[in-house]
Ligand binder design. Structure first.
Ligand SMILES: [Ca+2]
Ligand SMILES: [Ca+2]
Ligand SMILES: [Ca+2]
Ligand SMILES: [Ca+2]
Length: 654
């Protein structure tokens, strides 16, 4: 029970004490009028009239007269009086005397009444009049709460409880004062009691639920942001609501954040049953998009995609929403190699990442180049000179080879070019470039002399009998340096070619080779490219036979006739033709056409002399090459024997 109610109760009791003295009022009775004192003044008696009203004229009333006053000895008693109510005499003069102290008369009252009292007799007397009513009905009392509670029965602020009291008969003696209640809590009962003037009571109570404290509201987000405060996937903000007093009426539903952006404020409001509300918010930063990353290579590669010096790969990273957390540092590529993969990954503050890569081909090593020919220091008599070289590159490969600035052609693995020369010393520089652009060079110096050195050997032709000698003379033209080196070539592997000494004196071999030819050569010491030759026919002392290279045709100059033999004459041969020429390559002159098919065998011989009608003419005084051809009966060439050399007749065989 509140202090306010206690105070109200005390006031009520005090009111009763002073209004209804114990000697005159009993429970159920109330004073409808009075107590009113009347006293007898001097002079003639005077009627004193009092008007009064009552609430309920239908209850029972008693007129109560205390002669001499309520307190013993207060007045002198009166001996005569006339008391009228609403014009009707109620008590007459003879009902008073000095022995009468109390007169009680039932009376009927109207709502409004006139009481007339006229005291008679000697001055100094007095009476006290009361009209006592009977009231056994309790009063009514109602309580009202302001402000009123809400639909759930709660107030969110302090309230004032006011009481309204009424009583139909005796009226209200006390009604509780309004009470202010500000204490928080549920089911606070506040009571009040009304008391009517007859002492009847009625009570009422109200139950108060007061909650002035807002609920608590705490937002949480799942999943948790990263250390930088960012989410990279949709986040859900949930709210936890508590209220100690009235309890939660509304707690915000979870909010899903799926829009990208920084510092998005997600708010929620919780309300308790009393209507108090609290708002809390949480900031969500969401970035679901990967950053961008781009590379730049410095210096840029050449058109073939190669570097020839260290290359730096730089990365450029951007991110529109959360910003870049990690962007790779530049990477310097200094190791040689093709297609070296350089990668980088960019990460934004939310943890999204993107990667890129670039291939770097680095070749810092120059190719190797060497001139194969001509040799350094070579001399030439004509221009241009063909230069061959070899160039290799182990990494990017050869791109170009230049000879004195002009491109060389590649054949298999050799580069070739024709370099024009000018008279005198010339420097030839071959430059090789690899695909990366590295170059290296190789140079030689050659000499050009357009004035031709020549060597003449005399005699130009000589017949030398076996074991005999022949002196040859060499003349070096153009230059004053007449030195030559002598050599001899030829022979058949068994005989020849003989020998020649430093002076040009040739000595023939002991036997003639087949064919019996050797070549004498004199080469200029000053210009080894210049040489001259002479042809020698080695003569046996006696006549001898000669075979062709295939060994299937031989011939011997017998002085005045020619003897030939053959082997492997084709089947069906109907005609043979013998031709001769000064050289084995021609030009050929037919000297015999023999159509004796019956006489011919595949392996045979025949002798032709000047007497042979078919031979026209037989010349045994000169060296000749002879060849034999076999024809069919229809004239088709069946076989041509390789030529055989037949020297001129040397003399009787030994
Ligand atoms: Ca009453
Ligand atoms: Ca609350
Ligand atoms: Ca991003
Ligand atoms: Ca290289």
């Amino acid at each position: 029970m509140s202090r306010g109610f206690l105070r109200a109760a005390v006031i009520c009791i005090v009111t009763v004490f002073f209004t209804f003295p114990a000697s005159t009022v009993f429970p159920g009775n109330f004073v409808g009028f009075g107590p009113q004192n009347y006293t007898r003044g001097t002079g003639s008696p005077v009627a004193v009239t009092n008007a009064f009203t009552v609430l309920n004229p239908n209850t029972s009333y008693t007129l109560k007269i205390n002669n001499g006053g309520l307190v013993d000895g207060e007045f002198e008693k009166v001996s005569s009086a006339v008391i009228s109510l609403n014009g009707v005499q109620i008590v007459g003069p003879n009902e008073f005397n000095q022995n009468v102290t109390l007169i009680e008369k039932p009376i009927t009252l109207a709502a409004s009444n006139q009481l007339s009292v006229e005291l008679r007799g000697k001055p100094g007397g007095g009476i006290t009049i009361q009209i006592i009513g009977i009231d056994n009905d309790p009063p009514t009392i109602t309580a009202s709460v302001n402000p009123p509670s809400n639909a759930t029965g709660w107030n969110s602020s302090g309230v004032t409880v006011s009481f309204t009291c009424s009583d139909a008969t005796s009226g209200i003696a006390s009604c509780p004062n309004p009470m202010s209640v500000s204490t928080e809590g549920a089911n606070q009962v506040v009571s009040g009691t009304a008391v009517d003037r007859a002492g009847n009571t009625a009570s009422t109570s109200v139950t108060l639920n007061i909650d002035k404290t807002p609920p608590t509201l705490s937002p949480t987000v799942t999943p948790q942001p990263n250390l930088a405060g960012w989410h990279k996937s949709d986040a859900t903000v949930s709210f936890t609501c508590t209220d100690a007093t009235s309890g939660i009426a509304v707690c915000p539903s979870p909010v899903t954040v799926n829009a990208e952006g920084a510092n998005q404020i997600i708010s929620g409001t919780a309300t308790d049953l009393a209507g108090n509300s609290a708002t809390a918010s949480l900031t969500v930063s969401l970035d679901k998009s990967a950053p961008t990353i781009a590379t730049a290579v410095n210096p840029a590669p050449n058109a073939a995609g190669w570097h020839k010096s260290d290359a730096t790969v730089s990365f450029t990273c951007t991110d529109a929403t959360s910003g870049i957390a990690v962007c790779p540092s530049p990477v310097t590529v200094n190791a040689e190699g093709a297609n070296q993969l350089i990668s980088g990954t960019s990460t934004d503050l939310a943890g999204n990442s993107a990667s890129t890569s670039v291939f770097i081909s680095l070749d810092k090593t120059a190719p190797s180049v060497a001139i194969n020919s001509p040799a350094n220091g070579s001399s030439f008599t004509s221009s241009p000179v063909n230069v061959t070289s070899a160039a290799t590159d182990n990494l990017s490969g050869i791109a170009t080879v230049l000879c004195n600035g002009s491109p060389a052609a590649l054949t298999t693995s050799t580069f070739s070019c024709d370099v024009p020369l000018t008279d005198g010393p010339n420097t030839i520089t071959v430059e090789a470039a690899d695909i990366a652009g590295n170059t290296s060079t190789s140079s030689i110096t050659v000499n050009l002399s357009t004035v031709q050195v020549a060597v003449r050997v005399t005699p130009e032709q000589a017949d030398v009998t076996v074991k005999q000698t022949q002196q040859f003379i060499a003349t070096v033209l153009v230059t004053t340096d007449q030195r030559v080196t002598w050599s001899v070539s030829g022979g058949d592997g068994t005989f020849g070619p003989g020998s020649i000494d430093d002076t040009g004196l040739y000595t023939a071999p002991n036997n003639a080779p087949e064919p019996p030819f050797v070549t004498i050569k004199a080469t200029s010491v000053a210009d080894p490219s210049a040489s001259g030759t002479a042809q020698v026919v080695i003569r046996e002392l006696a006549n001898f036979g000669q075979s062709n290279t295939d060994g299937d045709l031989n011939a011997t100059n017998m002085g005045d006739y020619l003897q030939i033999g053959w082997g492997g004459l084709p089947v069906g041969t109907a005609k043979i033709v013998l031709s001769r020429a000064p050289n084995k390559d021609g030009s050929w002159t037919a000297v015999l056409i023999d159509e004796f098919p019956d006489d011919l065998t595949s392996s045979g011989s025949i002798v032709y002399s000047s007497r042979s009608t078919e031979l026209m003419p037989l010349d045994t005084a000169h060296d000749y090459f002879y060849k034999l051809e076999a024809f069919s009966s229809t004239g088709a060439l069946l076989k041509s024997y390789s030529p055989v050399f037949v020297p001129k007749f040397a003399g009787p065989s030994s």
